[in-house]
Design a protein around this ligand. Structure first.
Ligand code: BMA
Length: 850
């Protein structure tokens, strides 16, 4: 029995037709290789993006030399494996063409036994420019398919939108938060594998029925046998073992074995329980010896999308092991324009951020790529559910046979690749295409179909249906039964009439609510525009100064500078931030202050939204804000910037997603309602502690109020007309602090002002930081002499504070811990923040407001 493996890591590259070969990194991209060789400048700096558009107009080639020793002789199969090629690639082994690749989202395996020789071999991969290739497809099609996010003009292609033709990450063509970098290259591992025996090529633990009492599973094994073979198949998991005899014919085939685990330890998402994982191993056994093995880590759980009719429409919620989950999380986009630059440490930082922010779900949005293994592995381990889109977004796609066949392969490959991950909660066909096209309602949608003649309209919709109502769901049913498919996000239901499209708020389906931001509606509308599942809504801000200074110079620091506009991909973005800021916040004193204020503004918007969504449980059963992260340093909707730095929003999200939330609704200014929302599976008995303070810190009133709340529920636990609360004090001189307490612990705490932000007086404050005795500097307290708003801690070191951007009442102190990103696979670790500085809102507003 022989099995050999060799990573193909040492490569060189050049532009086709160029003389010089340069060292390359695999996995990698042409852009990053050019950068590492000093041939281009930092693509993220200034307006450099604009000067680097030539790269995608060229063909590029990579080559490596393979030394094969005698051990590689006489094998039954020697496969060249590319886990990912971006995108149109021809592969040559010793100048013989062995593979033509045309889909970035596929892995490729080709038997090259006959082309290789013992000794020196040459492997060459030639990438054809997607631009040149797809301009031809566009010309052949004869009309344009809508793709509004495709920044073709920036790419020098005028209106020629080619992004829909290649099965390549849509965001590479630009998005309203991302630059246009059409990468190419060997973007996942490349290797050579040789064997002369039967091989287990896939192991899938299909979960048929999962209950507390038992897990009924089927181990599905794909094998490739050079010749007929007979022996035993053994499956084992954590001390349990099952055996059966198998008889294989020569060739590829599938073998199944049903197994049952009694009293299984189930996999739970964060908040509901432990994310227990089992390791299953499959061995092919001859005599007493396992001749080949394959193992997989998975969690046992049932997951369902529940859509049941009720008085208000149809529910939309997830049930994990039969338990309803209120989904709390965000939309995830790729962590980099150059995916291969994202280290495990960066992935872990994102996932730990999500967990620390009390999330239980991330949506892998359809304009990026099917994420790396490490992403799903971390979601499995930390208990985050994943709403997984297929990679189609905001565009209409071609429907020729070759394209459809390619999509089918892509769907099958990726569903199979990801199906052992218990985190996968839903497969979703695409992002926003159903509602953008709005087939059954003429005057709704994004105005696409109106521009197209009747014949093409019909064929474009027919092509849509082929992909999203047939090919993709069929792949999910065949290869990942037990996980639901949802055709498009957002969607009301597949009714085949105007009730299908989520173009207006309704009592069913999922909702992308963009009235606030794109529609310039007031923040208060978040309180009323609530659907059954809020899968997108968002508000932009700027990253912090340190991040801005990574792409700009002092002279660029104004809203309309070339550089600032290059790092704002949503046309009206900077203007919108400013307009909303004029409405809700005091004027910042300069551009640097504007950065801070933009974060306060964003955090406030999303706080209102999240709290409102959660208060509406169980009518609403999920809230995923747009967006978790960034792919480069930019002004965007993200809560965490490209460098992993938390904006004010991330701190607010952490507070708003707590399992037990105190939420004060004072929208109408005449009264306040205090809500408690609990996602806990047990009832709580607690107490509200209410304190009315003057801004100088003196307590005017103080009283308590009992709270009883059932498991997994929400209720108004206290409400009062504002006049009664104030007892004659001016609404612009007092603040109400409410804490929810049980067993001597504060579960949640909120402060409430009775006037709009712009009317809350700001005063110069002295904020003091004191090390907590005996903490070795790992913990410190913050105090202020007067009411300090939006207290902002900054350290020279990278790290996350246990809280930031908080309000501080005089006489109160806040204890803070600072943590740094864990190295080598560890979580965050507490650290002493170097060069700690503290500021608050008063330091950022114009002097004439004071
Ligand atoms: C939604 C998303 C993205 C976009 C975001 C902000 O439409 O699906 O396409 O980036 O809003 O506009």
């Amino acid at each position: 029995m022989k099995q050999l493996e060799m990573k193909l890591a040492k490569w060189e590259f050049r532009g086709c037709g160029d003389e010089e070969w340069l060292p390359a990194t695999v996995p990698g991209t042409v852009h990053t290789d050019l950068l590492k060789n000093g041939k281009i400048e930092d693509p993220f700096y200034g307006t450099n993006e604009h000067n680097l558009q030539w790269i995608d107009k060229k063909d590029w080639e990579y080559q490596t030399t393979l030394q094969l020793g005698e051990e590689w002789a006489g094998l039954s199969c020697t496969e060249l494996i590319f886990e990912g090629l971006d995108t149109y690639a021809d592969v040559y082994v010793n100048n013989v063409h062995v593979l033509a690749a045309d889909n970035m989202f596929l892995a490729w395996r080709v038997d090259v036994k006959d082309q290789l020789k013992i000794g020196e071999n040459n492997i060459r991969v030639r990438f054809r420019s997607v631009v040149k290739e797809d301009l031809l497809k566009l010309a052949k099609l004869g009309y344009t398919l809508p793709a509004p996010n495709d920044q073709s003009e920036l790419g020098g292609l005028d209106e020629q939108r080619i992004s829909v033709f290649a099965r390549k990450a849509p965001y590479h063509y630009g998005w309203d938060w991302g630059p246009r970098f059409l990468t190419s290259g060997i973007w996942r591992e490349a290797s050579l594998e040789g064997r002369d025996e039967v091989q287990i090529t896939d192991l899938y633990i299909r979960q048929n029925v999962i209950t507390k009492e038992e897990a009924r599973l089927t181990a599905v094994i794909e094998v490739d046998a050079p010749t007929a073979w007979q022996g035993m198949l053994r499956i084992s998991a954590d001390g349990l073992e099952w055996m059966r005899t198998v008889t294989l014919e020569g060739g590829k085939q599938q073998v199944e074995m049903d197994i049952v685990i009694d009293q299984p330890q189930l996999w739970w998402c964060r908040g509901l329980g432990e994310p227990h994982l089992y390791t299953f191993q499959a061995d092919l056994v001859q005599g007493k010896e396992a001749i080949i093995s394959r193992s997989v880590r998975t969690g046992l759980r049932s997951i369902q999308l529940i859509r049941e009719r009720d008085a208000k429409g149809t529910s939309f919620s997830f049930a994990l092991n039969g338990v309803p989950v209120f989904a709390k999380g965000a939309n995830h986009i790729p962590n980099d324009s150059f995916i291969t630059e994202v280290t495990e440490e960066r992935y872990r930082h994102e996932i730990v951020t999500a967990v620390e922010s009390n999330m239980n779900m991330l949506r892998v949005w359809g304009g990026g790529f099917y994420e790396e293994e490490i992403f799903y592995k971390l979601c499995d381990e930390y208990g985050l559910l994943v709403w997984q889109d297929f990679m189609f977004a905001c565009s209409m796609y071609p429907g020729d046979e070759a394209f459809l066949a390619n999509v089918k392969k892509e769907a099958e490959y990726n569903v199979k690749r990801l199906r052992n991950h218990p985190c996968i909660a839903l497969w979703c066909g695409n992002n926003e295409i159903d509602s953008a096209w709005s087939q059954f309602e003429e005057n709704m949608g994004w105005g696409w179909k109106e521009k197209i003649d009747a014949e093409h309209r019909a064929s474009m919709w027919a092509d849509y249906e082929k992909i999203f109502h047939h090919i993709l769901p069929e792949a999910v049913t065949a290869f990942h039964p037990g996980v639901d498919y949802w055709p498009s996000s957002p969607l009301r239901d597949l009714t085949g009439n105007m009730d299908q499209h989520a173009t207006r708020m309704a009592g069913d389906g999922d909702v992308h609510y963009w009235g606030v931001w794109h529609g310039i509606e007031p923040f208060e509308n978040y309180n009323t525009k609530v659907g059954r599942f809020m899968s997108e809504y968002g508000f932009q801000s700027f990253p912090e100064l340190k991040t801005v200074m990574s792409y700009a110079e002092e002279q660029d620091l104004e809203l309309t500078s070339k550089v600032m506009l290059a790092h704002q991909k949503n046309g009206r973005g900077n203007l919108l931030i400013k307009e909303y800021m004029d409405m809700y916040l005091p004027q910042p004193k300069d551009f640097k202050a504007f950065l801070y204020m933009s974060q306060i503004l964003q955090a406030e918007a999303i706080r209102i939204a999240i709290e409102s969504h959660r208060r509406n449980k169980p009518y609403c059963m999920g809230t995923l804000y747009w967006q978790m992260n960034d792919c480069w340093p930019v002004a965007s909707w993200a809560g965490m910037d490209y460098n992993g730095r938390w904006k004010a929003l991330q701190y607010t999200v952490r507070a708003s997603f707590k399992d037990v939330l105190l939420s004060i609704d004072g929208t109408d200014r005449e009264r306040i309602d205090v809500h408690v929302v609990s996602d806990l599976r047990r009832a709580i008995t607690a107490e509200l502690m209410l304190r009315l303070y003057k801004f100088d810190g003196s307590v005017l009133r103080e009283w308590t109020h009992p709270v009883e709340l059932g498991a997994d529920s929400t209720a108004i636990v206290f409400s009062s007309p504002v006049v009664e609360l104030l007892e004659g004090h001016g609404s612009d001189e007092v603040v109400l602090e409410i804490s929810l307490q049980a067993d001597g612990q504060v579960i949640d705490r909120k402060v409430h002002y009775f006037v709009p932000e712009t009317e809350i007086p700001l005063q110069h404050s002295v904020i003091k930081i004191n090390e907590t005795p005996d903490s070795g500097g790992l913990s410190f307290t913050v105090t202020s002499d007067v009411l300090a708003r939006g207290v902002y801690l900054i350290s020279e070191d990278e790290g996350i504070f246990s809280d930031n951007f908080f309000d501080l009442l005089p006489g109160q102190s806040k204890t803070i811990v600072f943590s740094q990103r864990g190295k080598d696979g560890r979580d965050w670790t507490p650290a002493v923040p170097k060069g700690l500085k503290v500021q608050s809102m008063v330091d950022f507003v114009s002097e004439d407001l004071l």
